[in-house]
Every structure is written in structure tokens, then in C-alpha cells.
Design a protein around this ligand. Structure first.
Ligand code: AKG
Ligand code: FE2
Length: 425
């Protein structure tokens, strides 16, 4: 017996050799598709263009827009950290799922709102940013679905339409942690749309109603998280179920996190400290750097609602840092050298910096941006983070403490201090 979320013809690497999957006729199982056209995210076309010489393109797809770099690397790291605080539940085809939205019985066309506590507060700034895109000012997301794809699980999602009865014309998906492709199919035409890491894809019009979409197993090379936002269909907005729709919209905008306190930090004038209480993290304190364009420091921070706070702050550049650690995180180059063989050294620089400035023997290179995806593979004891000057390694410390690492430390002053101490000696 394997424990996974697969049923019927769906399978993952845990259950693909099970009796249930073997019993399904091979021709019924989804097979890899080898022939497809490639979509150009610069020209928004699957036809040949200056970036992409597709062989004899047959079809174009309308209604797809990809927004590269929709969030920054730091925002991604913080977002993944917030998402991972929630519980992942096994789903079909080797995926894991976190669903925030109304419970729906699609066959009976019935909704249950009892459990729905609203969309998570950590994604409020994303929703605000989406609403800042020209055509999406009236996009009111009422569902957020996070999916976790892992190559070792063979995670994928087969070709499908998202439900039309409940969900509206526009689907919005944020692609986190690794590059991938959204695969589209209409009759015998296949198109792959690149989804660079940290990009957002908007699917509407033909790409929503005519073409099915999928994420292929062969396009998951390392951990990938997708965050899908869905709006209500017309009948829940203006049609005969509008009263239910209104209730859902009200519930969706209620934060599942309660804002406990928001205060200015005296030590850092451009920051506010925000205390939240959420079902998954009883109290979590975030210090937000305020963008210069933000209304602070001209007015008092709002005291009652974090919706007001987040939607009033243009979220670009917003990032959170946890509490400072309560032990000495600093190791001097000399101190580190003495205990080098007992340390688990993680170098968070980019690979090209290792070539330029040298490495400490035994160090494992995990660039800071990769840390959220790889942190589960690091032994959490005796960790010493290294970077060029000691700034990124401090962030790595904060991040890893939240994952339960035991007193991680760093090389104070980074490789610059190390080289100044030991080079030519
Ligand atoms: O993970 C993705 O990007 C696609 C998810 C999807 O299509 C769905 O949940 O309906
Ligand atoms: Fe979908």
C-alpha cells in the first residue's frame, strides 16, 4: 500500500506500479506528448517570431499573457516560507495541495461556505499587485490554490479545463521555485508556454475556454509551487446566484490572519513591525520595509486591519525579516578555521562568485535564492552560512531558524574577511 492522493487513472511515482494503475489499460493513461509549438512570452504568440523559429506553426493561442519577474527573489523566499507554514495535503498525480476557497460539489452544483475563513493574509500584496495590472482591476479572487510539484513524486496535472460553472473567465497562476511550462491542447494541437520562475501567467479567452491546460511530468525538474487565483463566474457575480457570490466575496476578503498589533520600529525608521495571529502560526511578527512611495511616514499606521495596511503599501520591494536571533551568530575567520571540520558549511553565493573569490574547503554551494527549495536536504545542526560580506548569510540564518535549524551561525564579514585574514599567509 502506498500513501498518495491518486485515484482512478491518475498516478505518481509512488503508485505507478500498483495493481490499481496496472489494471488501467495503457492506452487510457496519459502519455508524454513530444510534438508541440513553443510560445514566445515576449511576442505573446506561438507562431514564428524573431525569438522563436517554430517549425511549420499551425495554430496560435489567444488569451495568454506571461508577466516575467512578477515578484522579486526575496519576495519569493518569504512567500514560500509563509506557504510552507500551512499544511500540504496529498492530491492527485503526485501533487500536494493547499486550498483556500469555498468547498464545491461540482456535480451537484452546491457550495459549502462553513469552513471558508478567507484567503491567506500573506498573499494580500500579490492580489493587490494583480489588481494593479490594467485589465485586472476588477479581478476579485475568491480562491487561492497552492500546488506543490516534486520530480521525485512524478508530480503533474493532466490536460483539463478548470470548472466553468463556478470559476470565471480569468485564471491567474504564479510560478515559484523553478522554471516550467504550461502545456495547452486543442484537438491535435499542442503548445507549450514557458513559465519562468517568479513569473505570473494570465489565462483568459480562448486559452481558458477552448484549450485544455496541463503541467507535464517531464517539465518538473526540481520543486515547483504554483499559486492559482480564481474569480467567480458571471452567474455568481450578476446572475441568479449573485447573493451567494456576494457572500463568498465577503468571506474571501476576511483575512484568515488576525492583525494583533502594528507599530513603528524606533530602531529602523523605514520599517513597521506587524504582529499577526494565524491558524498555522499563533503569533508571527514581520518587520516590513516600507517602500519610499508608501504613505508612511506621513500618517499613522492603521491599527485595525491588515488589508488596509497591505493594500495601502505598494508591495514592490516589500519583504519581511524575522526577529533577530538571541545567541551570537558571528564567527570570525580565525574562530571558524579552528572548528572547520565540525561545521556544516553552506555557501549562499552565486556559483560565479566562488570562482572569483575562492571557497572554504568542504563548503556546499546553495545560492540564497535556492535555499527555500533545498533547505529540507540540509542537516540542521552546526550550520555555518558563508557569503561575500556577511549580509546574505545573515538572511540565510533568519530563514533557516524559521525552519527549525539549531543555532545556525555565519562567517562575519564573509569571504572578504576570510581572504583578508588568510590570503598570502
Ligand atoms: O500548477 C499549475 O500551474 C496549474 C494548476 C491547474 O491547472 C489547476 O489547479 O487547475
Ligand atoms: Fe487548471
Amino acid at each position: 500500500m502506498t500513501i498518495c492522493g491518486c485515484k482512478g487513472i491518475r498516478y505518481c511515482k509512488l503508485c505507478e506500479n500498483s495493481d490499481r494503475v496496472k489494471a488501467v489499460k495503457t492506452e487510457c493513461l496519459p502519455q508524454p506528448i513530444k510534438e508541440f509549438q513553443l510560445f514566445c512570452v515576449k511576442c505573446n504568440t506561438a507562431l514564428s517570431c524573431e525569438h522563436n523559429q517554430n517549425n511549420s506553426p499551425k495554430f496560435d493561442i489567444k488569451g495568454v499573457i506571461v508577466y516575467p519577474d512578477f515578484i522579486s527573489e526575496l519576495e519569493e523566499a518569504t512567500l514560500v516560507q509563509d506557504i510552507d507554514r500551512g499544511q500540504w495535503v496529498p492530491s492527485q498525480s503526485g501533487r500536494y495541495k493547499q486550498d483556500y476557497g469555498p468547498r464545491a460539489n461540482y456535480k451537484r452544483k452546491k457550495l459549502k461556505l462553513g469552513q471558508f475563513q478567507g484567503l491567506p493574509s500573506y498573499s494580500q500584496y500579490l492580489r493587490d499587485r494583480v489588481a494593479g495590472i490594467g485589465d485586472l482591476t476588477d479581478f476579485v479572487p475568491v480562491e487561492q490554490c497552492n500546488l506543490d510539484y516534486k520530480p521525485e513524486m512524478g508530480s503533474c496535472i493532466d490536460f483539463h479545463f478548470d470548472d466553468f460553472w463556478l470559476w470565471g473567465e480569468r485564471l491567474i497562476i504564479l510560478n515559484l521555485l523553478s522554471d516550467s511550462f504550461m502545456f495547452f491542447n486543442y484537438e491535435d494541437n499542442y503548445i507549450k508556454v514557458p513559465l519562468p520562475r517568479r513569473s505570473l501567467i494570465l489565462m483568459s479567452g480562448e486559452s481558458r475556454f477552448l484549450w485544455k491546460h496541463a503541467i507535464a511530468r517531464e517539465d518538473i525538474h526540481s520543486r515547483r509551487i504554483s499559486v492559482t487565483f480564481r474569480e467567480l463566474s458571471e452567474q455568481f457575480l450578476t446572475g441568479d446566484r449573485a447573493h451567494e457570490g456576494q457572500k463568498i466575496i465577503e468571506l474571501a476578503s476576511e483575512m484568515s490572519a488576525t492583525l494583533c498589533r502594528i507599530s513603528r520600529t524606533t530602531a529602523k525608521p523605514r520599517c513597521v513591525s506587524v504582529l499577526f495571529r494565524t491558524p498555522t502560526a499563533p503569533t508571527s511578527r514581520h518587520i516590513y520595509f516600507l517602500p519610499t512611495s508608501c504613505f508612511y511616514p506621513h500618517t499613522e499606521p492603521p491599527k485595525t486591519s491588515c488589508t488596509v495596511y497591505t493594500s495601502s503599501c505598494p508591495a514592490r520591494g516589500l519583504s519581511s525579516i524575522p526577529e533577530p536571533p538571541d545567541y551570537d551568530v558571528n564567527l570570525s575567520p580565525v574562530a571558524l578555521k579552528e572548528i572547520l571540520d565540525q561545521c556544516n558549511i553552506i555557501d549562499v553565493r552565486q556559483p560565479e562568485e566562488l570562482i572569483a573569490d575562492g571557497v572554504i574547503p568542504g563548503a556546499r554551494n546553495i545560492p540564497l535564492g535556492e535555499l527555500p527549495a533545498q533547505i529540507a536536504d540540509i542537516d540542521s545542526e552546526n550550520v555555518v552560512f558563508i557569503c561575500k560580506s556577511g549580509m546574505r548569510s545573515l538572511r540565510a540564518i533568519s530563514f533557516s531558524i524559521q525552519y527549525g535549524f539549531n543555532k545556525p551561525r555565519h562567517l562575519e564579514g564573509g569571504m572578504m574577511a576570510w581572504n583578508a585574514t588568510f590570503q598570502n599567509k
